[in-house]
Design a protein around this ligand. Sequence first.
Ligand code: OAD
Length: 247
Amino acid sequence: MTLPTELVSQLSVAKSLVVLSGAGLSAESGLATFRDAADAHWAKWRPEDLATPEAFASHPDVVWRWYRERRQAALAAKPNPAHMALAELERRIDKVTIVTQNVDGLLQRAGVNDVVEFHGNLFIDRCSADGADLAPDDVDMTQIVPRCRRCGAAVRPGVVWFGEAIPANCIERAFSESSTADGMLVVGTSALVAPANSLASVARDAGAWVAEINVADTAISGSVEHVLRGRAGDILPQLVALLPQGI
Ligand code: OAD
């Protein structure tokens, strides 16, 4: 696709940029987006029936089966050209803050240094009793529902579930960077889930330009300056290639 020349100019002079990413960023790595049809095996479960504290309290074995599969899928997946382009963007622009709703760790594996993990990380093991993030030696993974070796409580994945609060440090960074950035790229998110979906309006209200990269219309398409329709893995590398080399 032909990229808007105004966006290329804006990005070329940007001193600070926020990227908000969602599940669509990893779609080309073969990981299903949240709102895709679930695979047949999990079709009877909605994410809302698996990714909640209530689900974990009532059927932790099912929740863990789902998360083990998600961990395996994420480990088997490879970063795609969109992840790589964001790592390159981080090298070319003075200040880039990548706020991600993705929990798969692919941005870090692509070489991105600084990721604000808004919805946590699939690979963190957390004690459900005291909320501590656990080292591998502190987790008995032989159980269907892993146990904390320090206290015997069930271990849970370190992701943010529906109804839970986003970590305070992530909220603080995401909102303060969005309110001072020159621009924002919103990549592969349906922009349906709060509070991440309000970052674009925070940036816009503070005078930043906002560009959306998505294969389909979203809740925010009508209110951003640039809409780039297509796959993140096609558009982001093209966009980055047009920027001046970093230092
Ligand atoms: P969704 O599954 O809601 O949206 C994925 C978006 O990616 C859609 O807008 C697709 O059109 C777009 N998309 C798909 N393939 C793409 C591609 N190759 N290039 C660009 N865009 C593509 O996922 P999220 O917006 O991330 O939260 O969902 C947000 C949150 O909803 C998730 O983090 C999760 C869920 O509730 C929690 O678990 C707390």
